[in-house]
Design a protein around this ligand. Structure first.
Ligand code: FAD
Length: 345
């Protein structure tokens, strides 16, 4: 049964721009839900460079990619935002009038948000899994080929084959080993990029016969009606063997694609959304674009620019959410009402 959620604002993307927008909206009593296709908050910072130091966040001489995300999550805690992770925002339906817009935002998880404004903070686009180059794999996707593990129970007592050598592949190998009937890990070389403690733990399981490790590549799939029964592996030594497989989980990394944003009726310029620089509103009244996804003269793809854009967008959104209320500019340092919202006593 599709779920209808009423809120003031739906935010597409929980990268740094989307996260800080929650803060600016919260100060103005505006409620929001955030949706991200990734399983966690942080966008590029968490996904692409969690341990790299950033030197140009105002007020932080040095902070890591994950560090700034953790600080942002702490900063928005008082506003209790609701996150929907692992979900793609698929469609945007415009209702209402340009003066009093309303939207229905549909998400892959089945929810629909009924809201008065939308903030597109989709960065370089949605992170999507890279697919392995195996002929015919599409026919098995969603039934016995998965690019993420949503529920471990779905793999109980199955012959699971995981492919890859990075952290995701190794983490899920270790997590699913006790659940699966049999677990095989396939990687093209005997050298893993994952954290050393995960690699060591995996090798202990292999030595004890609890995990089958194969060095090689999958060259074929066997099954019917979307249900796999076996994968064919060509070993690094040239040998070929079939391995029983009910569920294949390849972890070949992520790529960024603009995705469904392109179909929402928003003007696009070279896959970016043009906005004005007073409100960061798009050509559709009530739809705002902040962070890396937008473009305007002089735009810089910097985290600090996304913060500024979210603050100005929130001011305009206040008018859509509270058309009869006048907005008075206030500092958090001196406004007791803002401090109350932040839980400062
Ligand atoms: P993103 O961080 O890209 O987040 C967007 C989110 O939206 C993603 O999580 C994506 O999954 C999600 N999304 C998109 N479409 C959908 C959809 N349809 N449904 C659901 N979810 C969706 N900037 C600096 O200021 N200083 C630096 O030192 C710096 N160093 C960098 C180093 C590297 C290696 C890289 C790659 C970038 C660096 N940047 C730096 C740039 C900075 O990371 C970006 O400017 C910033 O992440 C943009 O934030 P954002 O919130 O706009 O988008």
């Amino acid at each position: 049964m599709p779920e209808l959620i009423e809120t003031d604002v739906a935010i597409v993307g929980a990268g740094p721009a989307g996260l800080f927008a929650v803060f600016e909206l919260g100060l103005l009593d505006i409620r929001c839900h955030l949706v991200d296709i990734l399983p966690k908050a942080g966008g590029q910072c968490s996904e692409l460079y969690p341990e790299k130091p950033i030197y140009d966040i105002p007020g932080y001489p040095i902070v890591t990619g994950q560090g700034i995300v953790d600080h942002l999550l702490k900063q928005i805690e008082p506003f209790h935002p609701t996150f929907h992770f692992g979900d793609m925002v698929e469609s945007l339906q415009v209702l209402g009038t340009p003066e009093a817009p309303k939207f229905l935002v549909r998400v892959s998880g089945g929810q629909t948000f009924a809201c008065k404004a939308v903030i597109v903070a989709a960065g370089g686009g949605s992170f999507q899994p890279k697919k392995p180059p195996i002929e015919g794999i599409d026919a098995y996707e969603g039934k016995s080929v998965f690019y993420a593990v949503r529920k471990m129970e779905a793999f109980r007592d199955k012959n699971v084959v995981i492919v890859g050598g990075g952290d995701s592949a190794l983490d899920w190998t270790l997590n699913l080993q006790p659940v699966a009937k049999r677990l095989a890990l396939i990687h093209r070389r005997d050298d893993f990029r994952a954290a050393p403690h995960s690699v060591n733990a995996m090798r202990e399981h292999v030595a004890a016969g609890r995990i089958d490790l194969r060095i090689g590549q999958i060259t074929g799939l066997t099954g019917e009606g979307g249900e796999l029964t076996a994968v064919t592996v060509k070993g690094a030594d040239g040998g070929v063997e079939d391995i029983a497989c009910d569920a294949l989980i390849p972890f070949f990394g992520l790529t960024m694609k603009l995705g469904p944003v392109a179909d929402w009726g928003l003007n696009l310029h070279e896959n970016l959304i043009p906005v004005d620089t007073e409100r960061f509103e798009t050509n559709v009244p009530g739809v705002f674009a902040i962070g890396d996804i937008n473009t305007y003269p002089g735009k810089l793809k910097l985290i600090l620019c996304g913060f500024h854009e979210g603050a100005l967008a929130a001011q305009r959104i206040h008018r859509y959410v509270y058309p009869d209320k006048r907005l008075t500019f206030q500092y958090t340092t001196s406004s007791s009402s803002l401090q109350k919202k932040l839980g400062v006593h």
